[in-house]
Design a protein around this ligand. Structure first.
Ligand code: S3P
Length: 448
């Protein structure tokens, strides 16, 4: 497994037209939240379509360590018997969240206002990511965190004995910060208020409401003010997890660049706080149709029909960044095939993801003959008008999206593209290689 095992070098090669249906796995963000809110509810929550990637499995294990009864019934089908708000038990051992920033940050929030202590760690990638952005707002509730210098994991959270409600303006456009604060607010009497300047993914707000919490969002001059009334009784739910638009991005983008491709990607969650990539691709000239639009479990959903397209570079509006923050790596790979340049500004959050994604994409694109320009908070990809050399080996730094982006790119380059380690793909898209091969993609594990 990523960060804990032997690297898995992989290579992709120019492939014939991609065709068929790509059934991508469940949404990672919604899957984490289903388990955490299920664990905080009273009664049995039943989840179908749960993503069984390592990130989510680590959250399931963590919820069991905090006292919930978590059971896998079958493929993607799980039940969680919750302990109720304020009912978390103290874990007997260290909580290892593996590669999952969302997992560790949301769980820290969920336990920070209970009178228990917990120690968190993760793989080398997670241990290098900033936790101060979470522990600072949680300190306002009365929780204390002691980690390594600079607040890195491993870190022990000492939950607040007498938590106070908090009003907090998030300094970063981050759904993880917002969600950690709202989850902490659950076990506090009174209103917890989180203000975000730019709207980030709102799965926590939607799901908290679904479980019966009183959560309101008001747009003000300062941005979006989200208020949660503390100490609700969360009632167990039945949740059908929509398929992940961030995973759909890979077959969608691969089909756009591989000549003659025509694929269907059914049942994709199109929550507007997540769908920025598709808007951008359509602006670039992508032939994507959104068929059978409907609503499922409170989230908008459609089937995506995607045909290979001639793309033109665009300037992505910086305010769109939160709705496609995880998709810049694959957009950068696709932009290499466009005519003209694709300009991505206002993306400095990419520097604190599973790796520094601006740097990782820049280096990998250069290694494959693509000209780029980069700065603290921007990346510009100079499109090669359909003809990209390839031939490079890209360092993935334990980052699943970097690995999948370069493997998709190699399906349309002149020479094969390799990644040094595809192991991290297991964190979010365990069936990636199989699903892509079924469409006709040539992606292989290298023989050692
Ligand atoms: C996530 C939020 C985003 C995203 C991550 C999942 C979530 O992180 O990059 O993959 O589920 O809340 P930030 O909130 O740090 O932007």
């Amino acid at each position: 497994m990523s960060g804990h095992g032997t690297p898995i070098p992989m290579t992709s090669r120019a492939s014939g037209a991609l065709t068929g249906t790509a059934n991508v796995p469940g949404d990672k963000s919604v899957s984490h939240r289903s388990l955490i809110l299920g664990a905080l509810a009273v009664g049995q929550t039943h989840v179908t379509g749960l993503l069984e990637g390592q990130d989510v499995l680590d959250t399931a294990k963590a919820m069991a360590a905090f006292g919930a009864d978590v059971k896998r019934l079958g493929d993607g089908e799980w039940t969680i018997n919750g302990v109720g708000v304020g009912g978390f038990a103290e874990p007997e051992d260290v909580i290892d969240c593996g590669n999952a920033g969302t997992g560790v940050r949301l769980i820290m929030g969920a336990m920070a206002t209970s009178p228990i202590n917990a120690t968190f760690t993760g793989d080398a990638s997670l241990r290098s990511r900033p936790m101060g952005r979470i522990t600072e707002p949680l300190a306002l509730f009365g929780a204390q965190a002691v980690g390594r210098a600079k607040g890195l994991l491993p870190l022990t959270m000492v939950g607040a004995q007498n938590p106070m409600p908090v009003r907090y303006t998030s300094p970063h456009p981050s759904a993880q910060i917002k969600s950690a604060v709202l989850l902490a607010g659950l076990n506090v009497a009174g209103d917890t208020v989180l203000i975000e300047k730019e709207k980030t993914r709102d799965h926590s707000e939607r799901m908290l409401r679904g479980f019966g919490a009183d959560v309101t969002t008001v747009e003000t001059d300062d941005g979006f003010e989200i208020t949660l009334k503390g100490q609700p009784e969360l009632k167990a739910q039945t949740i059908a997890v929509p398929r992940d638009p961030s995973s759909a991005a890979f077959p969608v983008c691969a089909a756009l660049i591989v000549e003659g491709s025509d694929i269907l990607v059914p049942n994709i969650g199109l929550n507007p706080t997540r769908a920025g990539l598709f808007t951008t691709l359509v602006e670039m000239g992508a032939d994507i149709t959104f068929e059978n639009k409907r609503e499922e479990g409170g989230e908008p959903v459609a089937d995506l029909r995607v045909r290979a397209s001639k793309l033109t570079g665009v300037e992505v509006p910086p305010e769109r960044a939160p709705s496609m923050i995880d998709e810049y790596p694959i957009l950068s790979a696709v932009a290499a095939f466009a005519s003209g340049k694709t300009v991505m500004r206002g993306v400095k959050e990419l520097r604190v993801k599973e790796c520094d994604r601006i740097d990782a994409m820049a280096r990998g694109l250069e290694a494959n003959g693509v000209k780029i320009e980069e700065g603290d908070d921007f990346l510009i990809v100079h499109g090669q008008d359909g003809s990209v050399r390839g031939g490079g080996t890209c360092a993935t730094h334990l980052d699943h999206r970097i690995a999948m982006s370069f493997l998709c790119m190699g399906l349309a380059t002149q020479e094969p593209v390799s990644v040094d380690d595809g192991g991290a793909i297991m964190t979010s898209f365990p069936i990636f290689q199989e699903l892509m091969s079924d469409l006709g993609a040539q992606i292989t594990r290298n023989n050692r």
